[in-house]
Ligand binder design. Structure first.
Ligand SMILES: CC(C)(COP(=O)(O)OP(=O)(O)OC[C@H]1O[C@@H](n2cnc3c(N)ncnc32)[C@H](O)[C@@H]1OP(=O)(O)O)[C@@H](O)C(=O)NCCC(=O)NCCS
Length: 208
């Protein structure tokens, strides 16, 4: 795999028709808190409910994660929506585009060239194809720049929106882990995967 990757080596942000995808920055914390604090967003993400200050500390931490090299390393793209004004407060908050969601890339095995994808999008911006648009671009970036053999996603089987996104990306359901998570009862997890060869066979495009 073409690791290590350092965010500083990104010559330019990634771009889609509607968004700019760039590393999360500390000043994104107000925008990020706007979706991090919503119970429906946290339903299937193992995050606690955070105060605005706690969300700031969490964003600071994620903004500092700029390297993918070893197992467990993660990197987060902010989904900055063009023409939607940021809700950032405080001194020196110049007008700029709003971060409406973020996408994670995590090294699950550097030795075996395996990367995990994760995502979250503010509910007010769901249902418009924005998550599919942004994750497709991150999948392209990952295969072209990081050279993994396989991308994977772990999804609570009750999380039908995420499972639908996996399928939109052309990921296959590979396995269901039975009762591997306790959340108000034992829950199953779905493992989705996408091989480099599968992605290349489609000409580097993700499924619609
Ligand atoms: C998972 C999540 C990112 C999916 O968001 P989403 O907006 O449903 O996903 P998409 O961007 O692919 O949008 C697809 C929907 O937009 C609709 N849509 C509208 N315009 C569209 C367009 N131009 N292109 C594609 N889809 C479009 C699609 O019909 C589809 O709606 P449907 O689900 O009713 O069929 C979102 O539900 C989320 O953030 N969930 C909470 C966090 C979470 O659980 N994260 C995962 C932990 S594993």
């Amino acid at each position: 795999m073409a690791l290590p990757f350092d965010a500083d080596s990104l010559a330019a942000p990634l771009g889609t028709a509607r968004m700019t995808l760039r590393p999360i920055e500390p000043r994104d914390s107000d925008d990020i808190w706007e979706y991090q604090r919503l119970p429906e967003v946290l339903r299937y993400i193992p995050w606690p409910v955070r105060s605005r200050e706690e969300a700031h500390v969490h964003t600071l931490k994620r903004a500092g994660m700029r390297r993918l090299g070893e197992d467990g390393d993660a990197f987060h793209f902010a989904m900055s929506l063009r023409g939607e004004r940021s809700l950032a407060r405080g001194e020196g908050s110049e007008p700029r585009d709003r971060v409406v969601g973020d996408i994670m890339l995590r090294v699950t095995s550097a030795e075996h060239a395996q990367l995990e994808l994760g995502w979250v999008l503010h509910p007010a911006f769901q249902g418009r194809g924005l998550a599919a648009e942004a994750t497709s671009e991150v999948v392209r970036f990952a295969f072209e720049s990081l050279n993994p053999h396989r991308l994977n996603a772990h999804v609570d089987v009750r999380n039908t929106a995420s499972a639908a996104l996996c399928r939109r990306l052309g990921m296959r359901l590979e396995a269901t882990l039975v009762e591997d998570v306790w959340d108000e009862g034992w829950q199953d997890s779905a493992i989705f995967g996408l091989l480099r060869g599968e992605w290349e066979a489609r000409g580097g495009a993700t499924a619609s």
